[in-house]
Design a binder for this molecule. Sequence first.
Ligand SMILES: [Zn+2]
Ligand SMILES: [Zn+2]
Length: 351
Amino acid sequence: MSVATSNGYPVLCRVCGDRASGFHYGVHACEGCKGFFRRSIQHNVKYRICNKGDECLIMRINRNRCQYCRLKKCLSVGMSKDAVRLGRCPKKCKPQGTPVPSPPRSPHGDNQSNPEDSQMRMEQLILSIHEAQKKTSWDGGILGRWNENIQNKAYFDSNNNSALKSTVLLEVITNNFTPSITKIITFAKMIPGFTSLHKDDQVTLLKSASLEVLLVRISHWLNVKDDQFIFAKYKQMFSIVDFKGTPMYEIACDVLDFAAKFKAMQLTNCEVALFTCVILLSSDRAGLMLPHHVEELQLQVVAALQSQILLNHPLDRAVFPRLMTKLSDIRQFSVVNSDKMLNVFDGHQPS
Ligand SMILES: [Zn+2]
Ligand SMILES: [Zn+2]
């Protein structure tokens, strides 16, 4: 089988991350995905709709599992139906940017292990973390007694005053703080290897990282535009002004500021999940008993995150380094705001 290369490195399939055999139907792809796409289009196959919410992550080890999501991925990375029908690539689907070279191998430390095995382990790690994220993701949370009113846009329009919005916002936030932290704890325990860390270290990591992970999760979930943000679930536009006069105002400014920059990177759900793992597995937290165990695990996740980013953002090589520089902003946020948060949620601190 032929393998496409770039500067001597094998090029990866944009669909599944396997080694690409060449440029097929508009993108670098492996023989498997090329054949799958050709058959799907030539025979106009209608695959059974995904039963996992159209969110399957397509990787080499599971690419045959959900054909529906695999075809969706083929199209979303730019495979061209016309190219299949015409039997050649129309001009507009010629290669754009540089092909994706294979990422550095995951640092498992065992040099003698075969690269195929370590690649497979990395894919398993990514799939497990993506699954953990789906099971613990934040969907806007619970609404408390505002449930009925808040979903009724007319209610806000007829009572259009900032004080009402402030009250609603504060209630939504306080009601959701503890459940959100609980979800983060559940998520952490599902990261492969986390529960094998020293018991005290698991607690230390969770205590020091929960707020940082929460910031990232909220930022990814929020829809921010011009200092306004939408709780899609509540069909309501809020603005930073609605926080004025509440004890959350300064924190909210910091969150929105961060969220706007974070959203601009257009990370996938899976990348955000991996990034929050990197935060959770920081080996420099004060008081860790066995920091090198934490670091070993973190390095695996960093390599996995880097491989996903290389694959998903082929035209912007700066995404990964830019994301890594966010780690210090996030820590800064936590240092500045944790005491303020605990005052607001008096009695709701994570345990
Ligand atoms: Zn492929
Ligand atoms: Zn699927």
